[in-house]
Design a protein around this ligand. Structure first.
Ligand code: CA
Length: 232
C-alpha cells in the first residue's frame, strides 16, 4: 500500500486512476494542475507521484523540474506523446519511470511496484561498517574512500558506484542494475555508466586494458574484486 499523488487534468482518466488505485488499497490524492501538485508535495509526504505531461498550466518538463526542486519522491510520467527523445530527456531530468497512454491498470501497478521497491531499497540506512576489498577501504557513513592508505577524491556518483560494487566483491553487476541502483533510473544509455566507470578507473590508477579492481565483462557487466597480484 502506498500514498499516491495523481496529477491529471482529464477528469475521466483521473477518476479511473483514483478508482483503480483505491481498489488496489493505495491512498490517493489528486490534482489537475502542476501548481497544485507542487503545493501538495510541499505539504504531504507521498510514496509516488503519477504525473501527466499534458497539464493546462505548465509544460511537463517544467513541472518535473519544479517538483524535483522540492522533493525526491519517485515520479512516474504518464504521457500520450510517444516521443522517445522526450522520454529519455525526462528520465535524465529525474523522472523514475514512464507510461504511454493509454495504459492498463496492470501496467501501472507493475511500474509502481518497481519504483516503490527501488525507492525503499535505497531509503535504507547505508551500511555503517567499512567496506574493505584488497587495498580499498570505503567508509559509507563519511562517504570517504581510500586506496592503499591514500584518500581518493571522488565525485558523488563515483563514490556511489565504487561503494555499490565494493559492497558485492566478485559479483558481476549488469549495467541495467547499476542504472537502477546507482542512478535510480530504469531506462538510460550504457554510455553514461561507461564514462563514469572510466573516470573511476582512472582514479583507481588502472586502465580497462590492465585492470586491477574493476573488471568489465563485455556484454555482461562489471565486477570489482581484489587484485590478483600481491599487495605491496
Ligand atoms: Ca492531460
Amino acid at each position: 500500500m502506498a500514498s499516491v499523488l495523481v496529477v491529471e487534468d482529464d477528469q475521466f482518466v483521473r477518476s479511473a486512476l483514483i478508482r483503480h488505485l483505491t481498489e488496489a488499497s493505495h491512498t490517493v490524492r489528486s490534482v489537475g494542475t502542476a501548481l497544485e501538485a507542487l503545493r501538495e508535495v510541499a505539504h504531504h509526504r507521498f510514496d509516488v507521484v503519477i504525473l501527466d505531461l499534458g497539464l493546462p498550466d505548465l509544460d511537463g518538463a517544467e513541472a518535473l523540474k519544479m517538483l524535483r526542486g522540492i522533493t525526491d519522491v519517485p515520479v512516474i510520467i504518464a504521457t500520450a506523446r510517444d516521443d522517445e527523445a522526450e522520454i529519455v530527456r525526462l528520465l535524465n531530468d529525474g523522472a523514475d519511470d514512464y507510461l504511454t497512454k493509454p495504459f492498463s491498470v496492470e501496467h501501472l501497478s507493475a511500474r509502481m511496484a518497481a519504483v516503490l521497491r527501488r525507492a525503499r531499497s535505497t531509503g535504507e540506512a547505508p551500511p555503517s561498517r567499512d567496506i574493505r576489498v584488497g587495498g580499498l577501504a570505503i567508509d559509507p557513513l563519511r562517504r570517504q574512500a581510500a586506496l592503499d592508505g591514500t584518500a581518493l577524491d571522488l565525485t558523488r556518483r563515483e563514490f556511489d558506484l565504487l561503494a555499490f560494487l565494493a559492497g558485492r566483491p566478485g559479483v558481476v553487476v549488469s549495467r541495467k542494475e547499476l542504472l537502477a541502483e546507482v542512478w535510480q533510473q530504469s531506462y538510460g544509455d550504457d554510455q553514461t555508466i561507461d564514462v563514469h566507470l572510466s573516470w573511476l578507473r582512472r582514479k583507481l590508477g588502472e586502465t580497462a586494458a590492465r585492470p586491477r579492481y574493476l573488471h568489465t565483462l563485455r556484454g555482461v557487466g562489471v565486477k570489482l574484486e581484489p587484485p590478483r597480484e600481491p599487495l605491496p
